[in-house]
Design a protein around this ligand. Sequence first.
Ligand code: FCB
Length: 516
Amino acid sequence: MTQLITRRSLLSGLGGGIVAGALPACARTGPQPANTPASKDGRALELRATSPFAKDFAWGVATSAYQIEGAASEDGRGPSVWDTFSKQPGATFEGQTGDVACDHYHRYREDVALIRSLGARAYRFSLSWSRVLPQGRGQVNEKGMDFYSRLVDELLHAGVTPYATLFHWDYPRALFEKGGWLDRDTADWFGEYAEVVVKRLGDRVLRWMTLNEPNIHILLGHVLGVHAPGLKLPPEKAFVAAHNCMRAHGKAVQAIRAAARPATHPEVGCAFAFAGYHPASSSSEDLAAAAELTFAATEGTLVRPAWWLDALLRGAYPADGLSAHAAHLPPQFERDLVEIHQPQDFLGLNLYWSEPVRRGTEGRPEPLGFPPGYPRAANDWQPIVPQTLYYGPRFAYGRYQLPLYITENGLSVRDQLFLDGSIHDAQRIDYLQRALVRLADAVREGVPVRGYFHWSLLDNFEWADAFKQRFGLVYVDFSSQRRVAKDSFAFYRDVIRTNGALALAPTTVAADVVSP
Ligand code: FCB
C-alpha cells in the first residue's frame, strides 16, 4: 500500500516523523522520480514528484560574520562599522549589538555539527575583514585567520563544501575613518584583503563571493543611514561609493584568481540582492512588463539590478540609469568599467520578494503593490511571494547567462518555544515549500541553478532589527546560547534527503496565496 505524503500530514507531524526515518537512500540521486522508501511500520511511501535538481545540487544554509560570530574584541579583532553603529542610541532594536550574537566564534563546532545533521552539502559564511586585518590592511591577525582555517577544516571534515563571502557589510572601522567606500583606494584595500584570505584558505575553499548585496549596503548604510555606517550621502557621493564598491569587486576577483592555486579551479562570483518584479497575470504582456521593470534603472537607481550587474557582468552602466546619473559618477568612470567587468563563474541571487506588475494602459509597466491584508513575514518588508524564486532566476539568467546560486532566501517568523519544547514554525515550512516549488519550475525550464542556500542556519543579529527577527532553521535562546532545531529544520533536512522531491510532493494546500 502506498501513502501520499501531503502538506497536511507534514504539519500534523505524521509526515515529518515518517519521512525523517525513511528516506536516506534517495539522497543525492539527481533528477529522477523520487523513490518509494518504507515507512517505520514497513509500508511503502510514495513521493509522487520528480526532482529536477541535479544530483550535485548545493543544498545549503547561509550566515554572515557579524550576525553570528560575537567575540567582538577577542583575539585581536579590530572594530567594524557595525560595532560602532550598533552602540549609537536608537540605531538598533532595544540597543542590541552583535558583541556576542550566537557566540559562533566559540561554538562553531556545535554549529557545524548542526549543518551536518541537517544533511546540508554546502555552507555559505562570511569572513570579518577586521578580524583578519584589524586595521583593514597591513598586519594580519593570525588568531583571527586561524579561526576561519579551523572552521573550514571542520566543514570539510563534516563533508560540507564551504562557500566564503569576503564582505558582508562589516567594513573595518579604521578604513572607514580614512574615507571608506568614498576613497578610491578602498578598491585596493579590498584586493589586498582578498589576497591575504585566499593565500591562506585557497587550498581548501574553492567557491568565493566578493561582496554581499552591495546595493542594499549602499542604500541602507550610505543613503538612508539606517544601517552602519549610518551615512546619509547626497547622490553625487552615494554614486561614487557604489562605483568604488564595484571597483573593489573587480580588484578582489583578480586577487582571488591570482592568489588561488590554478589547479584548484576556484569559482568566483558575488551575492546580489535581486529586487525585482513578477507579472501580475499569466499574460505575455505582463511578463514582458515585469522583465522590463526589473532591469529599469532610471528610478531608485542605486538598488536596481541592472545598475550593478550590467557594470559587473557587461562592462557598462545601463543607458537609462546613466542618462539620469552620469553627472554623479567620478570623472573617467568608463575606464574603471574595464576593471569592474571581470569574468565571473556564477551569479549569486539573494531572493526575498518581488512586486507584481502589469502592462499599464499607456503601455508602461505598472507596479501594483499588495492589497490590504496581504500575507507577510514577521518583518514588515517581506510580503510572501514564492514566485520570486521562479521569475528572479529566469530574468537574471535571461540577461546575464551565468550559472546561478540562490545565495539567500528565507523568512522571519515570530518563533517561540512551545510548551512541548519544540518550535512549530509552520509558516516558514509553508513558505520554503512554495519557494522551492517555484524554483523547481525555473530549473525544469532550463535555468541553470546550481544551489540553494537557506537564510539562515541560526536565528541571529538581524542588523537594525537585532534579535527581534528570527530567520533561523535553528532557534537560538540568546541568554543561554542553547540551540533548538525548529520544525523547519526537519522539513529542510528531508527536502535535502530527497534532493528536493519532498518539497514538490503534491500538497493539500489550496492555490497560491498569490497569483500566478
Ligand atoms: C539580506 C542580508 C542578510 C540578512 C537577510 C535577512 O538582505 O544579506 O544578512 O539580513 O537579508
